[in-house]
Design a protein around this ligand. Structure first.
Ligand SMILES: [Zn+2]
Ligand SMILES: [Zn+2]
Length: 129
């Protein structure tokens, strides 16, 4: 039991610190440095559990990406290179929090907003062509 706890803790620590919003394979490659015997399936399972427990956020795209940053924020995802940028915008947070309270279909407990488009670097490349 303690072993499992340690695995989970190492994965969570990595996600709390990481700024790159890694996909499951990147998490696996990183934590394997500290847990050489961990399997991919275990990492995937732990990530799913964390999402269910709302310890981390899953961001959908070509590949699901994970975010362990506890400060509420939204994302911009580049559909060309996969870059994910954090967006800390108080106005958006306030607006969405208000909407969450008045939603008619049920009681929303959470939200996450992702803007999809092309990042600055990719836009420059497209203009040059
Ligand atoms: Zn890009
Ligand atoms: Zn983020």
């Amino acid at each position: 039991l303690k072993r499992i706890t340690t695995q989970k803790q190492i994965i969570l620590d990595f996600l709390r610190k990481s700024k790159i919003h890694p996909d499951a394979d990147q998490v696996f490659l990183e934590v394997r440095k500290k847990l050489p015997r961990i399997s991919k399936a275990t990492v995937y399972r732990i990530l799913d559990t964390f999402v269910d427990e709302k310890l981390i956020v899953a961001i959908s795209g070509k590949k699901t990406r994970f975010d362990g940053n506890k400060i509420p924020h939204q994302h911009f995802l580049c559909t060309n290179c996969g870059l994910i940028v954090d967006i800390f915008d108080d106005e958006t947070e306030k607006y969405l929090n208000k909407k969450k309270e008045i939603i008619k279909e049920g009681k929303a407990e959470n939200f996450n907003l992702t803007f999809y488009g092309k990042c600055k670097k990719c836009r420059k490349k497209i203009i040059k062509k």
